[in-house]
Design a protein around this ligand. Structure first.
Ligand SMILES: C[S@@+](CC[C@H](N)C(=O)[O-])C[C@H]1O[C@@H](n2cnc3c(N)ncnc32)[C@H](O)[C@@H]1O
Length: 256
C-alpha cells in the first residue's frame, strides 16, 4: 500500500517538474522574441547596418571577457605574481612587447595589455653577483654594458644584478624616466634570493612605454633630452644604478 502511494507521489512530482521547466522555457523564449523585436525596431529607427550592430555585439563580448580576465589576474597579489614569475624566470610576454624607439633611446618595453596600479610588471633579470665581482666587471666592461649593472642593498651588503648579457629578457630593456615613471623597482625575495621587480605606480594603458626612475642624477640622456640637468632625489635610495665614467673599455665579456 505504502509503495503504491510513494510511486504515485513520485510520478506527480516528476510531472510538476516537467511542467515548471516547460513554463520557464516558454517564458525565456518569449523574452528573447520580445528583445529581438525591440532590437530590430531600434536598428530600423537608427538606420543601422547589421554589420555595425554585429561589431558592437562582438566589442561588448570582448570587453566583458577582458574584464573577467583582468579580475582573474587581480585575484593574485602582485608580490605572489612577482615571486612566481621570478621563480620560473618568466616574463609576461602576452602583456609586454619590445619595440625599437629611435637611435638615441634604442629599444623600449611597451604594454600590450592594461596594468592596474600596484601590479607586478616585469623582473630586471640577470646574474646576481656580489660587490667585489661587480667592481671587477666594471673595470673590464664597456660603458654601454655597465649601464646594465644594477646595484642594490640587501642584508647590509651591496649586490648587483648584471644584465649585460642579451638573454632575451624584457626587464633589462626598460628605459629611464625620472620625471613621470609609471613603475617602481622593488626587491622581492624568492627562494632566499633577492629579485628586482618593477611594479606599476599607476594604471598603465595599452601602448604606453614601461619606465622607471633609474635613480642618480647624471645620466647622459637626461641632459640631452631635458636641456639643463634636472637634479632629483632618487625615489628608491637603496636601489640605484651606478654610472661608469670610463668609455674606453670595449667589452661586455666577464673574462677580460
Ligand atoms: C638598460 S638599457 C635600456 C634598453 C636600451 N634602450 C636598449 O635598447 O638596449 C639603458 C640604456 O638605454 C638608453 N636609455 C634609457 N633611458 C633613456 C632615456 N630616458 N632617454 C634616452 N635613452 C635612454 C641609454 O642608452 C641607456 O644606456
Amino acid at each position: 500500500m505504502l509503495t503504491i502511494q510513494a510511486s504515485g507521489w513520485n510520478k506527480r512530482k516528476a510531472e510538476n517538474l516537467d511542467r515548471t521547466l516547460a513554463e520557464r522555457y516558454i517564458k525565456t523564449v518569449q523574452r528573447i522574441t520580445e528583445a529581438t523585436k525591440d532590437l530590430e525596431k531600434l536598428t530600423a529607427e537608427l538606420s543601422l547596418q547589421q554589420d555595425t550592430v554585429q561589431q558592437w555585439v562582438s566589442d561588448v563580448q570582448q570587453r566583458t571577457s577582458g574584464s573577467s580576465m583582468a579580475a582573474v589576474r587581480r585575484r593574485k597579489s602582485p608580490k605572489t605574481d612577482a615571486v612566481e614569475h621570478a621563480a620560473k624566470a618568466l616574463d609576461k610576454t602576452a602583456e609586454l612587447e619590445v619595440k625599437y624607439i629611435n637611435s638615441f633611446k634604442g629599444r623600449g618595453v611597451f604594454a600590450k595589455a592594461h596594468f592596474h596600479k600596484g601590479d607586478f610588471v616585469v623582473e630586471y633579470r640577470g646574474e646576481l653577483i656580489n660587490s667585489e665581482e661587480s667592481q671587477r666587471r666594471r673595470r673590464t666592461y664597456h660603458v654601454k654594458c655597465t649601464v646594465f649593472m644594477f646595484d642594490f642593498h640587501w642584508q647590509e651588503r651591496t649586490w648587483c644584478i648584471d644584465a649585460a648579457r642579451e638573454d632575451g629578457s624584457l626587464g633589462r630593456l626598460v628605459n629611464d624616466d625620472h620625471n613621470h615613471p609609471n613603475c617602481k623597482m622593488k626587491k622581492v625575495i624568492s627562494e632566499g634570493k633577492p629579485h628586482l621587480c618593477l611594479f606599476a605606480l599607476r594604471d598603465i594603458n595599452v601602448g604606453e612605454e614601461i619606465t622607471y626612475d633609474y635613480g642618480g642624477t647624471d645620466w647622459p640622456w637626461r641632459k640631452k633630452v631635458g636641456g639643463p640637468l634636472t637634479v632629483t632625489e632618487s625615489s628608491h635610495a637603496d636601489i640605484s644604478r651606478t654610472k661608469d665614467q670610463d668609455p674606453d673599455r670595449s667589452t661586455c665579456s666577464q673574462n677580460q
